[in-house]
Design a protein around this ligand. Structure first.
Ligand SMILES: *[C@@H]1O[C@H](CO)[C@@H](O)[C@H](O)[C@H]1NC(C)=O
Ligand SMILES: *[C@@H]1O[C@H](CO)[C@@H](O)[C@H](O)[C@H]1NC(C)=O
Ligand SMILES: *[C@@H]1O[C@H](CO)[C@@H](O)[C@H](O)[C@H]1NC(C)=O
Ligand SMILES: *[C@@H]1O[C@H](CO)[C@@H](O)[C@H](O)[C@H]1NC(C)=O
Length: 445
């Protein structure tokens, strides 16, 4: 569950206290540690009370902390020198709106809400709440995160997320923040960040025709959308400033799988796919599931012993990925798939079959080196293509794939880790500081 603001303030102060003690391990300190402890505690308790008494709850600021830390300009300078792993926590400040629970945490009464493939909307919120990047003073924020969970209403009929209410819930959230605080109106929303983690992202629809027809809601067109959907060509569902993010796979599930199936290096399955593969895909207003690609794969390779294809759900499927050399990641309704993340996390070479897909975090994940891309039209030659790679550069692909930094970049953790998916989002946002009402300072000085 998310921490309350007050708890967090306390937590940050505790951390500062710990840092001080670590830096002062002198002989003297041993004798005076109790005196020190009392004076520091007194200082924090009194500053806590002062802050609390004289400021509205919303500007519960971190000024005491900032003063004790190296200056922000210094951090920014250091970060620029380290482009591979920029210190995002020093680079920017994000304010997370405290919305009424009907917009977010109420949905978590359904346990699936925080673990299904669209759950990055929950995971990013949690990670930001636990992050040093988050500020409780909106006046010092570069970006504003609006935590609305729209993918958590599961249909009673088929168990799939029902996102019909998503647009109105988002609209209500924008009404709420724009009437309560001045920051939305100040920038017209351009420094406000939303998550749209389902099929067609900021179009808030699961079917492409309807999604394209509706387009991005007018009230979001000026903002930044973190979305799983992304293609290289023009598409109505990305006509908004956006960052492509990976679908959510729980890091615990990956860890459990790896504990149960030690990665001995031996992978007895050549090519793996488990998922929906319609034998006779239905024509739904002129569109076929997976553009019939999965059907073609099933027909062509269903009886091929090199291919391990399964059409039914199995909760232990991650243990099959660990045993596989190549993992097929064909498009579904949308081009992206959770298999991309699971394959990378579990060391199975992703075979991406989704023409024009835009993949997440290309600055951190060298997709061209760690995956194969097969055109939708070429699936009939899949066997030959994979054999060729296995005979030529497979080892080099696997070695690059097994880089811990690459595997980490696609997973969200409740407490942000350096280089993880939330971190990559912040890196992407730090490239959009020109959209912030609070423009970057150091570069202009
Ligand atoms: C959840 O989805 C169902 C359709 O499956 C819909 O009837 C219901 O109104 C939705 N609930 C909310 C709170 O939007
Ligand atoms: C922002 O603008 C809207 C529409 O003009 C207005 O209704 C609202 O009161 C404004 N919000 C604030 C905090 O002034
Ligand atoms: C699919 O259905 C549409 C009408 O919705 C029709 O125009 C089209 O020809 C059909 N396509 C195929 C391949 O059957
Ligand atoms: C593997 O080799 C093929 C040519 O045989 C090349 O097209 C492809 O880019 C190589 N892939 C990697 C990841 O090195």
């Amino acid at each position: 569950m998310l921490e309350s603001k007050r708890n967090r303030g306390f937590y940050v102060r505790m951390k500062l206290f710990n840092n001080n003690t670590r830096n002062n391990k002198s002989f003297c300190y041993r004798y005076f540690k109790w005196v020190l402890w009392f004076s520091i505690s007194f200082y924090f308790v009194s500053s806590f009370l002062i802050t609390h008494d004289h400021k509205p709850a919303i500007s519960f600021s971190r000024t005491t902390i900032s003063r004790a830390k190296p200056s922000r300009a210094l951090i920014e300078e250091q970060s620029l020198n380290n482009l591979k792993n920029p210190d995002v926590s020093g680079l920017l400040k994000v304010y997370v709106y405290n919305l009424p629970s009907k917009y977010n945490v109420d949905w978590l009464s359904n346990e699936r809400c925080s673990s299904h493939l669209f759950a990055s909307e929950v995971a990013i919120h949690r990670a930001l709440m636990n992050s040093e990047t988050t500020t409780f003073d909106p006046w010092e924020a570069d970006f504003f995160f609006v935590p609305v969970y729209v993918s958590c209403n599961f249909s009673k009929v088929n168990g799939f997320p029902a996102i019909g209410h998503a647009r109105s819930l988002m609209a209500a959230a924008v009404d709420h923040i724009s009437s309560q605080l001045p920051f939305w109106n100040r920038s017209g929303g351009s420094d406000h960040v939303f998550v749209a983690s389902h099929d067609f992202g900021s179009c808030f629809h699961t079917m492409e025709d309807a999604a394209m027809k509706d387009g991005v809601p007018q009230f979001l067109k000026n903002s930044i959308i973190l979305q799983t959907f992304g293609v290289k060509h023009k598409h109505p569902c990305q006509e908004v400033e956006n960052v492509v993010i990976p679908p959510y796979i729980s890091p615990e599930s990956v860890r459990n799988t790896m504990e149960k199936s030690p990665l001995t290096g031996h992978r007895d399955i050549f090519a793996f796919f488990r998922g929906k593969m319609e034998v006779h895909p239905k024509n739904i207003s002129g569109r076929f599931y997976s553009k019939r690609v999965r059907t073609k794969i099933w027909r062509r390779y269903g009886n091929d012993r090199r291919f391990y294809l399964r059409r039914h759900r199995f909760t232990g499927y991650q243990s099959e990925i660990v045993r596989s050399t190549f993992c097929l990641c064909p498009l579904g309704w949308a081009p992206w798939s959770p298999r991309l993340v699971e394959s990378v996390a579990l060391g199975c070479v992703p075979v991406i079959i989704a023409d024009g897909i835009r993949l997440p975090f290309s600055s951190a994940v060298p997709w061209a080196d760690i995956s194969l891309t097969v055109a939708e039209n070429d699936v009939d030659h899949l066997g030959k293509i994979l054999e060729h790679v296995a005979a030529t550069n497979l080892t080099s692909i696997q070695r690059k794939l097994w880089d811990p930094e690459v595997r980490k970049a696609l997973l969200f953790h409740n407490s942000m880790l350096e280089g993880d998916a939330t971190w990559q989002i912040l890196v992407a946002l730090s490239g959009k500081l020109d959209r912030s009402h609070k423009k970057p300072r150091v570069f202009l000085q």
